[in-house]
Design a protein around this ligand. Structure first.
Ligand code: SF4
Length: 411
């Protein structure tokens, strides 16, 4: 898949006419300013079961609302489409588990979104799916609507790790789902995997076997994340009560290095801290985030960004279903030039390519945090976590492992 050809320099985009506090005013500003939107995100919060490590806005056991949700979401999409400044490069339907919708509702959602023409011709259209929900019928619905990329939450191929994650699917459902998707014509399939799962076994050999099984299925893309213990999740409470023990940080470092070497050996190129692709089959939608491009969220809890204004839709199902038109906004943050420069650094450095010297100079010459950022960059260059590669500043292999620590220093 070709990389998106859009101008990622937010500095060159027109500013919104006013400080927005509602989706309506942001949309009005978009139209007035002629700003382009590179991506759209659609949230479907329903899941069969809530995994105990998950901190996304999801609901389980409220399946009776799925059909009404699709109707409500299409109402929102219709309003967004009336103001849409032009076709986007990417459309991502995530969750939750979009494929947990009943097949007729899934078809209605996807066909309705296609009819809204938010996505440009030939753009990347991804749907997230859990392996156990992908049947021949579901794969046919996805392909029939024009979806050309599926991201499967495999997480592990070992029953003990899946059990420790409270995932209910059978490891064999992953190859089965891939076969259905490929037979339906969707060749661009990504697998999500989680390492450092406290499953009582040997972490390194368990993870190595997961990676080998994953590459044997030849996905075009892999996302590999270390398990995190997010505040407010049942998993975090189990960690605090001593019911589970976190995998040692040194072992986690070995797991990450193993990921890098096994995937490189099998022809996958790392293009972001947690993402690898075959050839150019990167996830353009996620690259929009890391390039600080503009994207629009539909549905509760979705987050948006337009020219330095970031917002999050209210993460509540009931009020969303009772409302109409655009989602209600929960929080808005309007970044100043300094904040935007910090974000360009922090997000851009997540990508292995790194960021251009001119952006680094811009971010380090600003009056507010410029000097502190320059000092932090020097410090991380000296400690070997950052490196200049001609005119690009990037994280080193060691820097990738400690990426979050380095990047927070630069924000
Ligand atoms: S299936 Fe995914 S979105 Fe749903 S609860 Fe589990 S981790 Fe969260």
């Amino acid at each position: 898949m070709a990389m998106p050809q859009f101008d990622h320099s937010t500095a060159s985009l027109p500013q919104l006419a006013e400080t927005p506090s509602t989706a309506e005013s942001i949309l009005r500003g978009l139209q007035d300013a002629g700003t382009c939107i590179q991506g759209a995100y659609v949230h479907v919060p329903f899941c069969m079961h809530r995994c105990h490590y998950c901190d996304f806005f999801t609901v389980a056991g409220r399946d009776q609302w799925r059909s009404a949700y699709v109707t409500r979401l299409l109402d929102e999409a219709t309003v967004v489409a009336q103001h849409w400044p032009g076709p986007a490069d990417t459309l991502f339907v995530g969750g939750g588990t979009p494929t947990w919708l009943e097949p007729p509702d899934l078809a209605r959602l996807l066909e309705g979104l296609a009819a809204c023409s938010l996505l440009g011709k030939g753009g990347e259209w991804t749907v997230e799916a859990n392996p156990e929900t992908v049947t021949e019928e579901v794969a046919g619905i996805l392909a029939g609507a024009g979806v050309n990329r599926v991201s499967l939450g495999a997480q592990s191929f070992r029953t003990e790790a899946l059990k420790a994650l409270e995932r209910w699917h059978d490891p064999d459902s992953v190859p089965r789902a891939l076969a259905f998707l490929r037979d339906a014509g969707i060749q661009d399939c990504s697998l999500d995997l989680i390492f450092a799962v406290p499953d009582g076994g040997d972490a390194v050999s368990g993870w190595t076997s997961d990676l080998k099984r994953a590459v044997s299925l030849a996905p075009t893309h892999l996302s590999c994340y270390g398990l995190t213990y997010e505040p407010g999740t049942p998993l975090r409470r189990r960690l605090e009560s001593g019911a589970v023990t976190q995998v040692d940080q040194d072992i986690e470092a070995v797991l990450y290095a193993t990921t890098q070497s096994v995937l490189a050996d099998h022809g996958y190129t790392q293009y972001e801290i947690s993402n690898w692709a075959q050839g150019d089959q990167v996830c353009d939608h996620n690259l929009n985030y890391w390039r600080n491009a503009n994207w629009w969220p539909l549905g509760p809890s979705g987050s948006g960004h337009v020219n330095g204004t970031r917002w999050r839709n209210r993460p509540r199902l009931g009020p969303y279903l009772e409302g109409q038109g655009l989602s209600e906004i929960d929080t808005v943050e309007v970044l100043d030039a300094d904040g935007r420069a910090g974000e360009v650094l922090m997000l851009g450095l997540r990508c292995t390519r790194g960021i251009e010297r001119q952006k680094v100079i811009a971010a380090t010459s600003l009056p507010m945090r410029g000097q502190q950022r320059a000092a932090a960059i020097e410090r991380h260059l000296e400690s070997g976590l950052l490196v200049w590669d001609d005119d690009l500043l990037r994280l080193t292999q060691a820097g990738m492992l400690l990426g979050d620590t380095v990047l927070v220093d630069l924000l």
